[in-house]
Design a protein around this ligand. Structure first.
Ligand code: ATP
Ligand code: MG
Length: 692
């Protein structure tokens, strides 16, 4: 068959090329045996995967029969664009049309949602099911917890968030509850019996209300694949299934893959065990390590050892950090990108200074011609960027924040979405409860009663419109019912109807929130976002599964051609690269996060997290070490300032690989500023204020 252009093939190294052409030219349509590419950061795994998909299309594979799964929708759409660029060289104009047909690409959860909708009736699901995000799920868990009386009688019963985490982990790891409790939540082990009861109540509530949570999207899909006829039919949709970042998949995802491609024929998975950072969500590195055995003896394994991303000093430091790991399959990488610039370890007094240092450096880089977009600030958890966001806003440096605290988590956005969701599925109690509470004169008891009545009724709209609500609700109730009726009739059409919701919601917004003007701007932005989706249902599904990124202040989403700095959690930075990378709070107590309770496996995962962060950098890397930082209620330390020291993952033996400096630079003779200083600014108070 046809192959990639010579120019493309020449650029690839031998291992990459072998992976790209694997199976091409085979008799039966080029569907090859199972292939694993396992290799370190920046070795071109994702790039190779894109070339492989392009190669398949060029050789005549039907793009509609290619399933490409990555860990975020952003990563999937970037991959699709890359495939198109590569195809264009060989196919010319036809490339766009063909790669548009690469419709089956996305995350496991996103693809699962589509599959389940398609087969809903046959699976006994109502096709109008709504999807609960984590917060909704926790709310529902709480309702059930309350109904069962656990929260009242048992003061020390785990919180709704903990209950949901335990449930989710049990489901995703496909492990027995007692095992999960013993291994991961020993302090909750005494509640096993109650938790069992709670979880079964939770599952029942979801079914009655016709909602699925995130985990259900995988769980139901995996269950479906357990049935031979479904497995044949669903697996038969695709000739090729390709998965990036395979090290961060869990048991359910592996079950789904083997269900789709039982002998592994047509299956390609790609990953790096040294970058496994999602075990807290039950991901298991065993999936990638066991792949060759799972499909023995037909599986082919390709390793890559050349890094194309980072300069030699950066790579040397990253290699050294991961070199101290207890266990690892992938080997050290090499590069020919020489440089004299070692990565820097920069000591600053506190988080306020850290923010100033980063802002200074970012602007300085921009002076030398590096766009803001070529620079990224990485941190462990979302709230660590608080002081930096303040500083950037003060200096008018635009930024986009990936991961962590989401636009969609804000109460006013959730209220709007609840209206759309409830109109779609009137059995969704979390949405209905949320909406009804907005109405003046409607309390929890009334809302419950109304929801019960609607749930029991064949015509819930009719029931709600006649519902005997309290006199004080006489003003708001009819308007609410009218809105629902309008949404359900679909008369205004999408996306105009979201404007209708906003008009209905506006007086509530003004009554509930003092800062309603700011929030109103968010809602207008939500309307803009909505306009990008073809239908209400697609909007709700995709928004829940993969929310848009938060942006600086109230500026709204910057236009694509504008320049802005990237702020991201390390977890969300997976797979990406920037010319200059800053890692905040590279201190013990942050990376690794919790010194008190970390098991050795957990500590090892934190080491890999630092490795992921360091290997995002192409030309310049700054690890910042504040001498004081603020911990946010981590279990062993509580909410307070602590004196911190450099992360244990860079012990004295590795220091020579870094350029160490203090900031601000001190005048000659003044001596380095080490040790605790006077508190100049209570960043902690400021940060608590920000996130309240
Ligand atoms: P990660 O583990 O971080 O996901 P990766 O292994 O997926 O990394 P890529 O993101 O695919 O690596 O590639 C890293 C960089 O190297 C990219 O800028 C890519 O364009 C470049 N690259 C990959 N292969 C080659 C090659 N053969 N020649 C030149 N550049 C390459
Ligand atoms: Mg990659």
């Amino acid at each position: 068959g046809k192959t990639l252009s010579a120019a493309h093939l020449e650029k690839l190294n031998e291992g990459q090329r072998a992976a790209v052409v694997h199976g091409v030219g085979l008799q039966d349509g080029g569907i090859a045996g199972p292939l694993l590419i396992i290799a370190g950061a920046g070795s071109g795994k994702t790039n190779t995967l894109a070339h492989r998909v392009a190669q398949l299309i060029i050789a005549g594979a039907d793009p509609r029969r290619i399933l490409l799964m990555t860990f975020s929708r952003r990563a999937a759409s970037e991959m699709a664009k890359r495939v198109e660029r590569i195809c264009a060289k060989v196919l010319g104009d036809k490339a766009g049309i063909l790669t548009d047909a690469l419709a089956w690409s996305g995350t496991f959860h996103g693809v699962g949602a589509r599959i389940l909708r398609e087969y809903a009736i046959e699976l006994g699901l109502d096709p109008q099911f709504t999807i609960h995000d984590r917060e909704d799920s926790a709310d529902l868990m709480n309702l059930v917890r309350h109904d069962l009386g656990f929260s009242k009688t048992e003061k020390r019963f785990p919180t709704k968030g903990t209950c949901l985490s335990i449930y989710s982990r049990t489901v995703n790891a496909q492990a027995p509850l007692d095992e999960v409790l013993r291994a991961n939540y020993p302090w909750c082990a005494a509640w096993e019996k109650e938790l069992r009861e709670l979880f079964s109540g939770y599952v029942e509530a979801k079914q009655i209300q016709n909602v699925l949570d995130y985990d259900d999207l995988l769980l139901y899909w995996a269950q479906t694949m357990g049935d031979a006829t479904f497995a044949d039919e669903i697996g038969g949709k695709w000739d090729h299934v390709l998965v990036d970042e395979y090290q961060d998949t869990n048991r359910l995802q592996a079950t789904i893959l083997t269900g789709l491609k039982p002998g592994g024929r047509g299956l390609t998975v790609v990953g790096d065990d040294a970058q496994a950072i999602y075990s807290f969500r039950a991901a298991t590195v065993r999936n990638i390590l066991d792949f060759p055995n799972e499909f023995s003896p037909v599986a082919d394994v390709i390793t890559l050892d050349r890094n194309y991303r980072s300069t030699q000093p950066i790579l040397a430091a990253a290699n050294a950090v991961i070199g101290l790991a207890k266990e690892r399959f992938t080997k050290n990488l090499w590069t020919d990108r020489a440089s004299n610039e070692r990565p820097r370890l920069v000591t600053v007094r506190d988080e306020a200074d850290q923010a100033r240092f980063v802002a200074d450096e970012v602007l300085e880089n921009r002076e030398t011609g590096m766009r803001l977009k070529d620079q990224a600030i990485l941190f462990r958890t979302s709230h660590h960027s608080g002081p930096l966001e303040v500083e950037l806003t003060r200096r008018n440096i635009p930024f986009v924040k990936f991961g962590g605290l989401k636009f969609l988590d804000s109460a006013h956005v959730k209220d709007m979405l609840a209206a759309l969701r409830f109109a779609n599925n009137m059995r969704d109690r979390v949405a209905g409860f949320r909406l009804m509470q907005l109405l003046s004169g409607v309390g929890p008891a009334t809302a419950q009663a109304a929801l019960d009545a609607a749930a029991d009724s064949a015509n819930p709209m009719e029931t709600l419109s006649r519902f005997p609500c309290p006199a004080r609700a006489q003003a708001d109730w009819p308007k609410f019912v009218a809105l629902l009726a309008a949404l359900r009739s679909g008369a205004s059409g999408w996306p105009a109807e979201i404007g209708q919701v906003r008009v209905w919601y506006d007086p509530h917004l003004e009554r509930i929130h003092e800062d309603f003007e700011m929030r109103r701007a968010d809602l207008l932005q939500l309307e803009d976002i909505a306009a990008g989706y073809p239908t209400r249902e697609r909007f709700l599904t995709e928004l829940t599964l993969d929310p848009p990124d938060a942006t600086s202040g109230q500026a709204g989403v910057p236009l694509l051609d504008e320049d802005y700095l990237i702020l991201s959690t390390i977890h969300s930075a997976k797979g990406q690269e920037w010319r200059s990378v800053f890692v905040l709070n590279t201190v013990d107590g942050c990376i690794p996060s919790d010194l008190g309770v970390g098991t050795s496996d957990e500590i090892e995962e934190e080491r890999r997290l630092l490795y992921v962060a360091m290997t995002r950098a192409r030309d310049s890397l700054n690890l910042v070490v504040p001498q004081r930082f603020f911990t946010h209620g981590q279990s062993s330390t509580g909410d307070r300032h602590v004196y911190a020291s450099r992360t244990r993952f860079i012990p004295a033996s590795l220091i020579k690989l870094f350029e160490c400096r203090a900031w601000p630079m001190v005048a000659a003779g003044a001596g380095p500023h080490v040790g605790p200083r006077q508190l100049r600014l209570d960043v902690g108070a400021r940060m608590r204020g920000m996130w309240r």
